[in-house]
Design a binder for this molecule. Structure first.
Ligand code: CU
Ligand code: CU
Length: 518
């Protein structure tokens, strides 16, 4: 088929194709032009404006942009005044050599900025509503340049536009060339400053919250025999939280803790989920529940701005243990910062009773600064894209479940069930409890398949979950890990204490160490 199709078009295509390539190249030429005499001459089709340029005297051009959340696209810059008034993400046209004075006004109480990389233009963070920042630069190279908001996610959902600098570099126009060479990277004070800033660390936030959800904090089994309607209210909360001793981080959470609250319903039940986003939030948030059959798992109807509420209804069609998470760009930023949780849809008749149920989730945290740095660490979008996490965490913070306050506790002879999920967003977990064997694993959290029996380590993908069950036969300290054990040294470890009588027929030793484990 393919061969025949290509031979059909061959006779007519070559000339036409070359023509198209030339047209396409011409269209893109202004972007690709390097600033240099030869390249400048290669740009042969001056636009009408281009004819008027290359004047020597400095001309000042002023533009004002106002940020907007909501509408189409979801975030944008809107022109204020002059020809760009009311235009969404307007093209800003200036002549080569112009001094551009660009004012950005914050039209909402969210965090924004504006950058134009090629001119080292950066407004800095603009936080308050109606706050405005003016930047000034010389448009010393021709072409098309993107202006955009560098707050993670904002460009993806619309905050970008084009600056068109029209004109040609005239041979002998040394000033413009020197300036643009400097922009390429050498000897630019601005760039040095940027790099130094990323190495630095602010002091830890003093009143940072504990964001750790206690692993015993989950709803009791459903007892109703008839289908129920559940109304769940959740709040997106951005909060400075304790990541490690002496270390804080800006978390994004559902209800202030990581993971978010565990939700529980039974197959056939209905749920109304209401998501509010705190007025203090800098970003919009949303929720996608994998238990939902419907657009975006709810995310399409819950993109929620600061101070707003959204809601939807769904019916639980299939039993299982499902991940939920925020699905607002940059999704990886929101998830890794803590916006995930589990929703259990019990099968008809519920799950067999056990003595203890626990709720544990694994996540990654991407920081500019190295693991173990004290202070208030900054999120690194780059490391997130590289899937190069500094921290791995159970329930939100480094080693949180090893602390007496948050460790899992049970008695010898008890049956234990752990609802375990991976928020991620990227790393697969090889979930293992050191010193125990899982009697049953509901593999991939399927509750309609027979559970696996007698399992040492079970795989859990990001956006996936498992349910493991075991009986505690001997006392001691058991250790929850991802058996990719390098992650233990990056914070991924928890303790389960079993108290009670020794059982020497199962386990005995000469010495009696306080610490058990590998
Ligand atoms: Cu979010
Ligand atoms: Cu998902």
């Amino acid at each position: 088929m393919n061969e025949r199709t290509s031979s059909n078009i061959a006779p007519i295509s070559f000339v036409a194709m070359i023509g198209i390539v030339v047209v396409v190249l011409a269209a893109f030429l202004p972007i690709r032009v390097e600033v240099g005499p030869e390249a400048a001459q290669a740009q042969e089709e001056p636009t009408p404006q281009a004819v008027q340029v290359a004047q020597a005297e400095t001309n000042v051009v002023e533009y004002t942009l106002r940020t907007r959340i909501g509408g189409d696209p979801a975030m944008a810059y809107v022109g204020v005044g002059g020809e760009i008034d009311g235009v969404v993400n307007p093209e800003l046209v200036v002549n080569l050599g112009d001094t551009v004075r660009l004012t950005v006004v914050n039209g909402d109480p969210a965090l924004h900025d504006l950058k134009i990389d090629e001119f080292n233009v950066y407004t800095g963070e603009i936080i308050d509503a109606e706050q405005s920042v003016t930047v000034e630069f010389v448009a010393d190279q021709p072409g098309l340049f993107d202006y955009y908001c560098s707050i993670p996610g904002h460009r993806d959902i619309g905050m970008e536009g084009v600056l068109r600098v029209v004109g040609e570099v005239v041979a002998g126009d040394e000033g413009a060339m020197d300036a643009s060479l400097e922009d390429e990277g050498y000897g630019s004070g601005d760039m040095d400053h940027g790099q130094a800033a990323s190495q630095a660390v602010s002091p830890a936030v003093e009143d940072a919250a504990s964001i750790v959800r206690h692993p015993a904090d989950l709803p009791a089994p459903i007892t109703a025999t008839e289908p129920q309607h559940h109304v769940v209210e959740m709040t997106a909360v951005e909060v400075d939280g304790v990541l490690d001793d002496g270390t804080t981080f800006r978390y994004m959470t559902f209800d202030g803790q990581v993971p978010g609250p565990m939700l529980r319903m039974r197959v056939g039940d209905t749920m109304e989920l209401r998501l509010s986003n705190e007025i203090e939030s800098l970003l919009p948030h949303s929720i996608d529940l994998h238990a939902v059959t419907g657009p975006g798992g709810g995310a399409e109807f819950t993109q929620t701005m600061a101070g707003e509420v959204s809601a939807f209804n769904f019916t639980a069609l299939q039993p299982g243990l499902y991940v939920y998470h925020c699905a607002t760009a940059s999704i990886g930023h929101h998830i890794s910062s803590g916006m995930y949780g589990l929703i259990l849809v019990e099968p008809e008749g519920g799950l067999p009773p056990v003595d203890h149920e626990f709720y544990v989730m694994q996540g990654e945290i991407y920081t500019e600064q190295d693991f173990g740095t004290e202070g208030h660490l900054d999120f690194s979008h780059e490391k997130m894209l590289d899937e190069d996490a500094e921290y791995f965490v159970f329930n939100g913070a480094a080693g949180a479940l090893t602390q007496d306050e948050y460790a899992l506790r049970a008695d010898v002879g008890d049956t234990v069930r752990i609802y375990f999920g991976v928020g991620g967003p990227n790393a697969i977990s090889s979930f293992h409890v050191i010193g125990e064997i899982f009697d049953r694993v509901y593999d991939e959290a399927s509750l309609t398949s027979e559970p696996l029996t007698d399992v040492q380590t079970t795989l859990v993908p990001p956006g996936g979950a498992t349910i493991v069950e075991f009986t505690l036969d001997v006392p001691g300290r058991y250790i929850l890990v991802d058996h990719a054990l390098s992650r233990l040294e990056r914070g991924l470890v928890g303790f389960l204490y079993a108290e009670g009588e020794e059982n020497p027929t199962i386990f005995s030793a000469e010495n009696h160490p306080e610490q058990s484990g590998h």
